[in-house]
Design a protein around this ligand. Structure first.
Ligand SMILES: [Zn+2]
Length: 131
């Protein structure tokens, strides 16, 4: 599998971290798209849902999406996902996450900075940088 640098269009092989042509950090590039994954509406157990969560994050990492929107329902899966995401955010594995605007059955996970810079959310603690 190969990837393409969004900065200059150069094709690079998978696993290369920086574009050899323009030095862009490939894994941080995003086209601003958002993946959608439903991890809780097919009678998943919590364990199965967590596997799906992991897979969703992996898919996002391997794409140019800036994040993934997870349908998590409103039950125990949601709580477990929130716990896991808090941990990942603390470790820097994801940028942030938040309830998807007004819909408490979904969570938006941010993995790359898009121009639409992410969070006009709860306050502006954190890095505080503008894109
Ligand atoms: Zn490039």
């Amino acid at each position: 599998m190969s990837a393409q640098c969004l900065g200059c269009g150069m094709l690079v092989s998978a696993g290369v971290k920086a574009c050899p042509k323009c030095d862009a950090l490939l894994e941080e590039q995003t086209d601003g798209s958002v993946l959608h994954r439903d991890i809780a509406h097919q009678h998943e157990t919590v364990a199965q849902a967590m596997c799906k969560l992991e897979q969703a994050l992996l898919d996002c990492r391997q794409s140019h999406a800036c994040g993934v929107r997870l349908a998590v329902g409103r039950g125990v899966i949601r709580e477990e996902v929130m716990r896991q995401l808090s941990w990942l955010a603390m470790n820097g594995d994801i940028l942030d996450f938040d309830h998807d605007e007004g819909n408490t059955g979904a969570i938006m996970v941010f993995m790359r900075r898009s121009q639409r810079q992410v969070l006009r959310r709860r306050g502006t603690r954190g890095s505080g940088q503008k894109p």
